[in-house]
Design a protein around this ligand. Structure first.
Ligand SMILES: *[C@@H]1O[C@H](CO)[C@@H](O)[C@H](O)[C@H]1NC(C)=O
Ligand SMILES: *[C@@H]1O[C@H](CO)[C@@H](O)[C@H](O)[C@H]1NC(C)=O
Ligand SMILES: *[C@@H]1O[C@H](CO)[C@@H](O)[C@H](O)[C@H]1NC(C)=O
Ligand SMILES: *[C@@H]1O[C@H](CO)[C@@H](O)[C@H](O)[C@H]1NC(C)=O
Length: 380
């Protein structure tokens, strides 16, 4: 009942947002600035100048984005772009390499495709800015702001979002899933429990550095349903189910540790607010219902469970072995109803769901303990 209602709201919101993509923003943003950290899910072009295979600045990426292929690993906006619009910013936050003095006081995007919490993660495909390197970049930004503005106290009012950790699994611990995955010894050295501990300790160090650089309102995105991506389902799915469970343990462990880290940081730093965004809750619609679907019928009690196979996610663009779109290929025409653009990255409609529900939670499980809108309201 509850989740039928949730599903209905989800689709209503989705349809509303899809029909009014350029909603008018008037007045000042709710916060003075917005800083973005993470991997390809949030990258908007930081990798364009790097010597790397972690790139998306070619068609068909960006086919539904006004400026075309900018380096975003999707057809349209990233979830971080959409959160920025919800916060009232009328321009997208610039990448670190391009941000001008006039822009940096409103925020910078440091996210880099292939990046991980661990520096080594993703190394087999070339350069990328690890989370550590992103914090180093933020350190330079803060020095630059302090030269320009003389006073950096306003940074405590800003929103910081971090979406990192996926690659520490799919391009490090589980890199054996790829024929082109490079060699990492983490899965030989550590159990999933110990590996999650190593990641969280490193994450904790970097978040303390972010705090020391003035960050006080920080949203951390958990891992969401890696086992449902077309690449994984194609190779490790079974019985036609919409998701494979090879990552379930690792994902569960990491997400719970991250939530515990949020509690720990909130206790340790009472003048800051950290929050966990539960991507699993947001992406999960209903027990037995497909997570991904070309044209998902709203399940009713009377109907039998859907024929899963029909709903297994397929990439919208023709893909290479490394999961990215083949350059200049023609993507599917039904991008508003497909979940994945290439074989790991979501389409814009999925990003809209993540952004909408992390900004204003729909279900109690979506965020812990705050949604991003609540973060903007906190007086510190
Ligand atoms: C910086 O600005 C805040 C108010 O925005 C003020 O309270 C504080 O005293 C200022 N600090 C310095 C060093 O000027
Ligand atoms: C694991 O790999 C890292 C990075 O290449 C290396 O420094 C380390 O010595 C390796 N550990 C073992 C036990 O092989
Ligand atoms: C920022 O950089 C300065 C100069 O390199 C360094 O002393 C400081 O520790 C750095 N701060 C953080 C939080 O990393
Ligand atoms: C995320 O939400 C799901 C419900 O959809 C819940 O089962 C899971 O425990 C939540 N994860 C965390 C870390 O709280």
């Amino acid at each position: 009942m509850g989740s039928h209602f949730g599903l209905l709201i989800y689709f209503t919101c989705l349809i509303m947002v899809l029909h009014f993509p350029n909603f008018v923003v008037s007045g000042k943003p709710q916060v003075p600035c917005y800083f973005i950290f993470g991997d390809s899910l949030f990258d908007t072009g930081n990798n364009n100048q790097l010597d790397t295979k972690w790139k998306a600045n070619y068609p068909p990426y960006g086919i539904d984005f006004p400026k075309g292929h900018t380096g975003r690993f999707t057809n349209g906006r990233t979830a971080a772009d959409i959160i920025g619009q919800n916060l009232g910013f009328d321009e997208f936050i610039p990448t670190y390499a391009t941000a001008t003095d006039d822009q940096i006081s409103k925020g910078v995007n440091y996210a880099s495709g292939g990046a991980g919490i661990l520096d080594r993660t993703g190394i087999h495909n070339g350069d990328r800015f690890s989370f550590h390197q992103q914090i180093v970049h933020h350190n330079s930004t803060v020095s630059r702001i302090s030269r320009i503005r003389k006073n950096t106290t306003f940074l405590k009012e800003c929103i910081y979002v971090v979406n990192i950790g996926m690659n520490d699994y799919i391009h490090n611990y589980f890199s054996w899933i790829w024929s082109t995955g490079g060699t990492y010894n983490s899965s030989l050295l550590y159990s999933t429990q110990n590996y999650a501990t190593i990641l969280i300790i490193q994450y904790y160090r970097q978040l303390k550095a972010l705090y020391n650089l003035g960050g006080r309102k920080v949203a951390l995105f958990g891992l969401g349903q890696l086992g449902c991506t077309p690449f994984i389902v194609k190779n490790w799915g079974y019985k036609g189910k919409p998701c494979a469970d090879i990552f379930s343990d690792a994902e569960y462990t990491f997400n719970y540790r991250l939530k515990t880290l949020v509690d720990g940081l909130n206790k340790l730093k009472p003048d800051a607010r950290f929050t966990f965004i539960n991507a699993t809750s947001i992406l999960q619609k209903k027990e037995g219902a497909p997570v991904t679907s070309p044209s998902l019928p709203i399940p009713t009690k009377k109907k039998k469970l859907p024929d899963y196979k029909k709903y297994q996610a397929r990439p919208c663009c023709p893909v290479k072995d490394d999961s990215h779109c083949i350059p200049n290929s023609t993507p599917c025409p039904t991008r508003t109803s497909s979940t994945y653009f290439d074989s790991v990255h979501p389409t814009e409609p999925n990003n809209i769901a993540i952004a909408t529900r992390s900004y204003k939670a729909l279900l109690p499980t979506d965020v812990y303990p705050y949604d991003i809108h609540q973060l903007t309201q906190v007086k510190l």
